[in-house]
Ligand binder design. Structure first.
Ligand code: MN
Length: 234
């Protein structure tokens, strides 16, 4: 799909460029290619997050669920392109709903998998300073983030985002993949609390899963995202 038509689609949907990856070279590159969006590889091997997250959960989550959102996003964009060529706008509501759902699902899963590591690091540099200013420190922020994750009603996420107008960090609680999103914000770190993220190992014990996530939570990529996000002004 051409760059121009992709922009048109995003404009029609009211999907913010930030949510679909402005400022994230990997996404932008994938999005502008003829092949559409591609599934990023996991940044570690399947056994690396043991004993906190098991390899089967990780494999299904990445190879089936995340892959499904990438496929859904590409299929939706293709369907929108076809509808545009045919001058048919009958299915717009359904297609734009799917675009937002799958697109946000792809972005959030990409961030989630890179928010975990077998060798987690705490925030450094500008991100560490911003967290100190706003939250007193990373422990307080992690507690707030995980409380937001624990209390999601149904399937959803907790995310740390950068809000560029006020130049501040915010913790958001997201239902499904995109409900309660604050438009224009850029996700920095994300915690998945859909049951597929933990049910095989933890069953209904979301709190136990989140204790495990806390041990794996890695701020390396978050720091890079924050540094890029600070250059963005709506
Ligand atoms: Mn998931």
């Amino acid at each position: 799909m051409q760059e121009v038509s992709r922009r048109t689609v995003m404009g029609m949907a009211g999907v913010s460029a930030a949510m679909l990856g402005a400022g994230f070279p990997d996404f932008a590159e994938a999005a502008s290619g003829k092949e559409g969006y591609t599934l990023p590889a996991l940044p570690y091997s399947l056994n690396d997050l043991e004993p906190h997250l098991d390899p089967l959960t990780l494999k299904l989550h990445h190879d089936k669920h995340h892959a499904g959102y990438v496929k859904g996003l590409n299929n939706t964009l293709a369907a929108l392109e076809k509808a545009r060529q045919q001058g048919s706008h009958e299915h717009v509501r359904k297609l734009l709903r799917a675009l937002s759902f799958h697109g946000s699902g792809h972005v959030l899963h990409t961030i989630y998998f890179s928010s975990l590591s077998p060798d987690p690091e705490k925030p450094k540099g500008a991100l560490a300073r911003a967290i100190k200013d706003q939250y007193d420190g990373v422990e307080t922020l992690e507690s707030e983030l995980l409380a937001a994750a624990r209390t999601v009603a149904g399937s959803g996420w907790a995310a740390l985002v950068y809000e560029p107008l006020g130049k501040k960090l915010l913790v958001l609680q997201i239902e499904k993949h995109e409900n309660q999103v604050f438009m224009g914000t850029i996700p920095i770190l994300a915690v998945d609390v859909w049951e597929h993220a933990y049910y095989l190992k933890y069953q209904n014990r979301r709190g136990k899963y989140l204790e495990a996530v806390k041990k794996l939570l890695d701020w390396k990529e978050a720091g890079k995202r924050f540094d890029k996000a600070r250059g963005y002004t709506p």
